[in-house]
Design a binder for this molecule. Structure first.
Ligand code: DAH
Length: 348
């Protein structure tokens, strides 16, 4: 074929394809027809083979026309396909089918789960004070959950936390669901030398279940270890924290307590946010609400983490996110957080 013959052929094929494709009524036929033109062994391929026989300067010209032909066939195919789909949709609608092309109803905007909102607020306060966020696993080794935190095996201090043990896992019998976020202290100190300033938010598990306790709940751990850290730093950090959370005039008090991994240890109370300290039902007429446990890191914990303790001190504390959220949002029963009841959730 010479140049002119080829051009005539191309034009004719475009015409023929357009006419054919626009009359096909079934999608299968349409696909088949398209392939007959454009397929790997299709008619257009045959013409391309002819192209190779032309002299180079003509080849370019016809090459362009060949591409236009492909576009024309592809266009005719798309147009017909659309027509068929549209017709099928109209037929289905006429028979009462749902119109799947209508936009969805969308979800009402939400601020997120109240518990997570509070957790994020707490994390933001500590981040602004310069703490990094660390994490650890929920399936934890006894070594990190207890032993390294100065709870010796069989020591009665372990009774403070009613633990879920796990069936031997990959041959290990020392795995449990962590009862607190304190093991992240150990994991962090094993990895990093002082200064260490971290918080560790996360889920913990205990065999506890009543109005204010759930077998699964959230804590935020805090650890600050450096040269010359004192209990005054602990108190200052906590004061700033509760004032950001509950308002600038909120007072705290520290009560002596015991935790194996801190010495001395203190329970931290905030002035009752409901009665301002006068005494009410929520604070059992004491004027104070207990919110977290704290203390100065026990030297035995440093030892377990391989820290050279020369001149190094630090404080730690752990607070329950549900407890704070219940106080802050005025929620009387912890189960409301986990019930997935929209009448509750949609208020936040
Ligand atoms: N881990 C303790 C608990 O869950 C809370 C706690 C107390 C954490 C004192 C601390 C701390 O870091 O210093 O009961």
């Amino acid at each position: 074929m010479n140049l002119n013959e080829l051009k005539v052929k191309l034009d004719a094929m475009a015409e023929e394809a357009r006419a054919e494709l626009s009359t096909l009524e079934r999608q299968d036929d349409l696909v088949q027809a398209r392939n007959r033109y454009l397929g790997r062994k299709g008619l257009v391929k045959d013409l391309s083979a002819e192209l190779g026989k032309l002299p180079p300067e003509e080849r370019r010209l016809v090459g362009q026309e060949l591409n236009q032909l492909k576009d024309a066939i592809e266009g005719a195919y798309d147009a017909q396909l659309k027509r068929l789909e549209e017709r099928a949709r109209e037929a289905a609608l006429a028979q009462g089918a749902a119109d799947l092309t209508l936009p969805g109803r969308g979800l009402p905007p939400s601020g997120g789960h109240p518990l997570i909102q509070i957790e994020e607020e707490l994390i933001a306060i500590f981040r602004a004070m310069g703490f990094d966020v660390a994490t650890g696993p929920e399936l934890e080794a006894d070594l990190y959950n207890f032993e390294s935190l100065n709870f010796p095996a069989d020591h009665p201090a372990r009774d403070m936390q009613d633990t879920f043990f796990v069936e031997p896992l990959q041959g290990r019998e020392d795995i449990l669901l962590r009862t607190h976020t304190s093991p992240v202290q150990v994991r962090t100190m094993l990895k990093f030398k002082p200064p260490v300033r971290i918080i560790a938010p996360g889920v913990v598990y205990r065999h506890d279940d009543d109005q204010t306790h759930s077998p699964m709940f959230r804590q935020i751990e805090c650890l600050h270890v450096d040269r010359g850290v004192t209990m005054a730093h602990l108190k200052g950090t906590l004061t700033h924290f509760v004032q950001r959370l509950f308002g600038p005039s909120t007072a705290i008090r520290l009560r002596p307590s015991f935790f194996p991994f801190t010495e001395p240890s203190a329970e931290v109370d905030v002035q009752c946010i409901f009665c301002g300290g006068d005494g009410c039902r929520v604070c059992s007429h004491s004027g104070w609400l207990e919110i977290l446990g704290s203390g100065m890191v026990d030297p035995n914990v440093y030892r377990a983490c391989g820290y050279d303790m020369d001149g190094i001190t630090g404080y730690a504390f752990g607070l329950g996110v549900e407890r704070v959220a219940m106080l802050k949002l005025g929620i009387p029963n912890i189960r409301l957080f986990y019930g997935n009841d929209l009448r509750f959730l949609s208020q936040y």
